[in-house]
Structures are given as structure tokens and as C-alpha cells.
Design a protein around this ligand. Structure first.
Ligand SMILES: CC(C)(COP(=O)(O)OP(=O)(O)OC[C@H]1O[C@@H](n2cnc3c(N)ncnc32)[C@H](O)[C@@H]1OP(=O)(O)O)[C@@H](O)C(=O)NCCC(=O)NCCS
Length: 153
């Protein structure tokens, strides 16, 4: 297992990973949001060029990814997914902790995340790491509600 920063050459494989994960979450996200979350490789490449993304590799296969958008002293954690066959091994925690330590090094004041109410595993994960629910947006992304979590550093 290796955790490293993503580079634009990872975009095609990451787009496949997003497609695999989000196509299984239609009931939590709704069809349109699940479809748009599963970004095409060009879009993933743009994300990686604009902001730091971290990946976990297992035997040269990318099995987990998360990005972080640093804006005005806050870090917005985005696009976290773990391949279904590699879950409950602590990979999401490793990515979150990596970004939290970077955030502290850079003097950021807060980490935050938005998620869908039906993504129960994600919500458990954030709560286990000390994130606190701080808001709720009704019918937000294509009609899907959004829960906001924050962790003040
Ligand atoms: C949410 C997700 C990223 C978690 O990834 P993971 O690598 O399996 O998570 P970890 O192994 O690091 O789990 C850490 C903790 O989170 C909680 N957790 C994770 N998955 C859980 C589940 N299915 N049910 C209950 N708690 C869960 C547990 O507290 C777990 O600790 P434990 O295994 O010691 O009990 C993964 O399930 C996933 O990709 N889900 C679909 C996409 C998604 O929801 N992304 C987040 C978008 S906001």
C-alpha cells in the first residue's frame, strides 16, 4: 500500500474508480447527481491540476482517492471514494489524516466536507474523526439534500 499525491496521468484510472463507486450510490444521491459525480477523465485531470489530490495504490492499482480545495484558510475535502473491495482497511482515514496534517502545517483553520444524508458510511467516518455536523441544505444538488460537517483545527 502506498499513499501519494495524484498526478494528471492518474485521471483515466480515477475516472473509472469514480464511475464504479458512484454508479452504486444512485439510491443515496439520485440518478443525476450520481451520474455527474462520476466525472469523465478530462474533468478529473482538471481537478488534479487545480488542487492537491491524494491516492492510495495497492499493487499499482488506484483504490482510493480524495481531493482538498484550499480556500481562504479553510480546506474543503472533496471527491472521497474507496474501491468497494478495499473498504474497512482504514484507507479513508489515512487520506483524511494526511490532509489534516497538511492543513495544520499550512496554518488552515478548518476542514469541512459536504455529503448526502444517505451516505451512512461516510457520515460514520467523519464523526469517528471528530467532524461535527454544522448544517443541512434541503434539495441542494439536483434536489438531493446535503449535510455539512466541519472540524475546527
Ligand atoms: C465512506 C468510504 C470513503 C469509507 O472508506 P473506508 O476506507 O472503507 O473507510 P475506513 O476503513 O477508513 O473506515 C474508518 C471508519 O469509518 C466508519 N465506517 C466506514 N465504513 C463504514 C460502514 N460501511 N459502516 C459503518 N461505519 C463505517 C467506521 O467508524 C470505520 O472505522 P472501523 O472500521 O474501525 O469501524 C467508503 O465507504 C466509500 O467510498 N463509500 C462510497 C463513497 C462515499 O460515500 N464517499 C464519501 C463522499 S462524501
Amino acid at each position: 500500500m502506498r499513499l501519494r499525491q495524484a498526478n494528471p496521468n492518474d485521471a483515466i484510472e480515477l475516472a473509472k474508480l469514480y464511475d464504479l463507486v458512484w454508479s452504486a450510490e444512485v439510491s443515496a444521491l439520485g440518478e443525476r447527481l450520481a451520474h455527474e459525480r462520476a466525472a469523465k477523465a478530462d474533468e478529473v485531470r482538471r481537478w488534479i491540476k487545480a488542487d492537491p489530490y491524494y491516492v492510495i495504490e495497492e499493487e499499482h492499482k488506484l483504490v482510493a482517492v480524495m481531493g482538498c480545495e484550499e480556500r481562504l484558510g479553510t480546506i474543503h475535502l472533496v471527491h472521497l471514494v474507496v474501491h468497494p473491495e478495499y473498504r474497512r482497511r482504514g484507507y479513508a482515514v489515512l487520506l483524511m489524516k494526511k490532509v489534516e496534517s497538511l492543513a495544520r502545517e499550512r496554518g488552515a483553520v478548518k476542514l469541512w466536507f459536504d455529503t448526502a444524508p444517505g451516505l451512512g458510511a461516510a457520515r460514520k467516518l467523519y464523526e469517528s474523526l471528530g467532524f461535527v455536523q454544522c448544517g443541512y441544505l434541503h434539495k441542494h444538488y439536483w434536489g438531493t439534500d446535503v449535510v455539512l460537517y466541519e472540524k475546527v483545527l
